[in-house]
Design a protein around this ligand. Structure first.
Ligand code: GLY
Length: 393
């Protein structure tokens, strides 16, 4: 799975300025569906041995890795199945999506994580859009209630992690912006504005504290919940405290774009534009548009890329293109990323246990999931493909 590309580092032109190409979405979806059939077979075999392992996460050292429902990535696999149904309208995908979504349901009551947006909103939100099943709606509302218990009014943000209390007191990671969609939807469903207010507070405080003057973001901000002040600015998954971890930049871009969708607050649109500009004007990212795992790793170009960051970015750019003055530029950049992912980053048919993309980086500092296939890369890739065609689910 080693990358063998002619890297063009330090280009005079950033990749965002390079001519757009168009992906054949029908073909890309058909290949992805074939891969996912292989994945489902592997999932079912693994579940037959250990039924508590519900979703596929990655392949590491040749080993297929499944996770329990409380893993932060458990919702991506069922959520992908809803995307296959949205694209094909084939009832087989509908039945599969319903079946695997069911396994994540109990996490609606999980108050020990901030990741409920990923775990619950991705599968149940997609499922609700398709089926209008009132049970899916109630799962989303309960998950929003669980997530809201992690909000601290003094700091104005939702706590991300309960672990590593020796490193931080009240850590908030940029990834947490992704969970706000769950809260905005819960207000739409219930009319209870408390979810909306928590989401807006989190987005405002994050905008103030998480971004540097160049609009790259820190990964972790640690808050003092007595004074509400910032205690520390750190990293957990990036190269260093002062570096720009690639996936974090993508989460922030997607997060402020979705905040604009729900609020129409121009400050969020401006923030998304600034983040997009940071990503697209990088002279470090190679011409294919797939970033290295961290923009500031001094070992570049001899380090892993992160296809997941690219897939998240492409999906976000298609949405941002609907709101921003830079619409043409964003669509062209997203097309370019999709063209690269669809040609050079897809697994060979049947390989990688059925995961669609390869070359993502999960947690490099922990020496974990480096240059691997990973479920969230596949999920946002499918979402970007749908968005590239304007297909709404
Ligand atoms: N939210 C964890 C990650 O992006 O790896």
């Amino acid at each position: 799975m080693k990358l063998k590309f002619n890297l063009i580092v330090g280009l005079a032109l950033s990749f965002g300025a390079v001519k757009a190409q168009k992906v054949n979405v029908k073909k890309a979806f058909a290949s992805a569906a074939k891969q996912t059939d292989v994945l489902i077979k592997n999932v079912d075999s693994a579940r037959a041995i250990k039924p508590t392992l519900v979703s596929p996460r990655t392949v590491e050292n040749g080993q297929f890795k499944m996770v329990v429902s409380r893993d932060w990535t458990s919702g991506f696999f069922p959520a992908e199945l809803w995307y296959f149904y949205a694209f094909t309208k084939d009832k087989r995908w509908l039945d599969l999506a319903k079946k695997y979504t069911e396994d994540i349901k109990k996490e609606q009551f999980n108050k020990g994580t901030h990741d409920l947006g990923f775990m619950i909103y991705c599968p149940f939100g997609n499922g609700y859009k398709v089926t209008k099943d009132p049970e899916y709606k109630s799962v989303i509302i309960q998950a929003a209630k669980s997530l809201s218990t992690r909000f601290n009014a003094k700091a104005g943000v939702i706590k991300s992690w309960d672990h590593n209390g020796d490193k931080w007191k009240y850590p908030v990671i940029i990834d947490n912006m992704m969970n706000l969609e769950l809260l905005f939807e819960a207000t739409k469903f219930t009319g209870d504005s408390s979810f909306y207010k928590i989401a807006v507070s989190h987005a405002d405080v994050t905008l103030k504290n998480h971004y540097r003057p160049d609009f790259s973001s820190w990964h972790v901000i640690d808050y003092d919940t007595v004074s509400g002040n910032v205690r520390n600015k750190l990293t957990a998954q990036g190269y260093s405290n002062e570096s720009a971890w690639a996936r974090g930049q993508a989460w922030g871009l997607y997060g402020y774009t979705l905040c604009y969708r729900y609020t129409k607050n121009n400050a969020y649109l401006a923030q998304a534009d600034h983040i997009a500009n940071y990503i697209l004007s990088s002279k470090i990212t190679p011409a294919d548009g797939i970033p290295y795992w961290d923009y500031n790793d001094p070992q570049i170009p001899n380090v892993s890329r992160d296809a997941s960051a690219a897939a998240i970015t492409a999906s976000a750019l298609y949405e941002l293109a609907k709101y921003s003055k830079e619409s043409k530029k964003y669509k062209a950049a997203a097309d370019k990323i999709l063209a690269s992912l669809s040609s050079k980053y897809v697994s060979k048919p049947g390989a990688n246990y059925g995961f669609i993309l390869e070359h993502s980086t999960g947690h490099r500092p922990a020496k974990s999931e480096i240059d691997v296939p990973i479920n969230y890369a596949d999920y946002y890739y499918l979402e970007a493909l749908l968005r590239s065609k304007g297909i709404k689910i």
